[in-house]
Design a protein around this ligand. Structure first.
Ligand code: ADP
Ligand code: MG
Length: 390
């Protein structure tokens, strides 16, 4: 059933429009966005679709095909963080309405129906897909045109302040601003984006996405802890963010020095956390340079080094993610890394197309041998960001 038909079944009558936004895979640049650093995601050809209709009552109604059940309704006047509206899955849609209102947009009453093909909790950002599709739907019926960057910022505001998850801007920027056949090179500190052509298939390659099936919840503390460590390190260095470090060696030496007065364990931890952020920015830059030079196969080493950095320095991997990466590399992947926030979700592997099935099978076998539940390997094509469908 199409989302328009589903809307009709739920609310009676046709929607005013259908809008969609994709999930994303981050090729490289992990936990750099909230440090004002560099990220390089692409949107995937799996999307959240939102059908919307303007109504005369001052309420927002939401229903999700993936959350079979009653329609959830909230009066526009009570949409505020910390209220009952800000709990559970409806918060992603209601919070987006709140963020638009807070930004001064005159959001009318509306009925929304959501249907998403983005796997939840797999590190593919199903949350940003829902927020960006909702933001485009609501801003359109409010007759306001938003740039992809504005759409992303409002969606992030909904997730940070209303849902209560302190994510950076990468996911929403990817979902709003990506282009088919391209990566999005987003320099968060500079506020600039560039669509970089990315066609692995033309080079006989593909990006295999391996969902470990272990579903993380970003709300559960570790993500916030990493963020807090970075903020603490920046403060100790007298900087606003880690992006403002100009001499990596000197900054790491200062953080590691007993002169800071911190216990040795804290110093050692901060050095490793900051080293990941600095080295990861360097790898994103290297990948962009290689892609500009047409050297897709050459990015493999950067991907694998990124994984090692996240495993050892940033400590956000998991036994399942490490198993997927090691098995993929052992079966001929040119590079592999966990992607997304970590602690579960998905790994990616850059593989010769003719070896993709063999790599996926090797990962399956490694999971079975370790006693883990079977993973799911998929292949996505870089897709367009948020758009109107009808
Ligand atoms: P992800 O890595 O997939 O973004 P998050 O924990 O950030 O994981 O977001 C997942 C949450 O987004 C779900 O728990 C749910 O609340 C909401 N969500 C995503 N897709 C849907 C959907 N189709 N219907 C209802 N809620 C959804
Ligand atoms: Mg998310």
């Amino acid at each position: 059933m199409s989302i328009a038909e589903r809307f009709q079944l739920q609310y009676g009558g046709r929607p005013d429009g259908v809008f969609s936004a994709p999930g994303r895979v981050n090729l490289i640049g992990e936990h750099t966005d909230y440090n004002n650093g560099l990220v390089l995601p692409f949107a995937i050809d799996a999307r959240a679709q939102v059908a919307v209709r303007r109504i005369d009552e001052p309420v927002i109604r939401v229903v999700s095909v993936q959350r079979e059940g009653a329609v959830i309704e909230a009066p526009l006047s009570v949409l505020r963080p910390g209220t009952a509206a800000a709990t559970g899955w409806p918060a992603y849609l209601l919070g987006t309405a709140w963020a638009l209102i807070e930004a001064g947009i005159d959001v009318p009453g509306a009925e929304l129906a959501l249907d998403s093909a983005v796997p939840v909790g797999a590190g593919l950002s199903s949350s940003a897909a829902v927020e960006c599709a909702t933001a485009l739907a609501l801003s359109t019926i409010a007759e306001v045109r938003l740039t992809p960057a504005d759409l992303a910022r409002l969606a992030q505001r909904a997730e940070n302040a209303f849902v209560g998850v302190p994510t950076g801007l990468m996911d929403q920027m990817a979902s709003a601003g990506c282009r088919a056949g391209h990566l999005l090179f987003f320099d968060v500190g500079a506020g600039t984006t560039e669509n970089i052509p990315f066609d692995p298939a033309a080079n006989g390659l593909q990006v295999l996405v391996i969902d470990t099936g272990v579903h993380h919840s970003l709300a559960d503390g570790e993500y916030a802890k990493r963020r807090a460590s970075c903020e603490w390190a920046a403060e100790l260095l007298g900087l606003n963010t880690l992006r403002d470090i100009t001499d990596a060696g000197e900054a790491l030496a200062r953080l590691g020095s007993p002169a800071s007065g911190l216990p040795a364990a804290d110093r050692e931890l901060l050095v490793r956390r900051v080293r990941h952020v600095l080295s990861e920015n360097g790898r994103v830059f290297d990948v962009v340079q290689r892609l500009r030079a047409g050297d897709i196969a050459g990015i493999g080493a950067d991907l694998t080094e990124s994984h090692i950095s996240m495993r050892d320095d940033y400590e956000i991997s998991s036994i399942e993610l490490d198993t997927a990466v090691d098995a993929a590399l052992g079966a001929g992947a040119l590079g592999a890394r966990m992607t997304g926030g970590g602690f579960g979700g998905s790994a990616i592997a850059l593989v010769p197309s003719q070896d993709a099935a063999r790599v996926a099978e090797a990962v399956d076998r490694a999971f079975a041998a370790a006693g883990f539940a079977a993973p799911t390997s998929r292949h996505f094509t870089p897709a367009d960001g948020a758009r109107r469908e009808s």
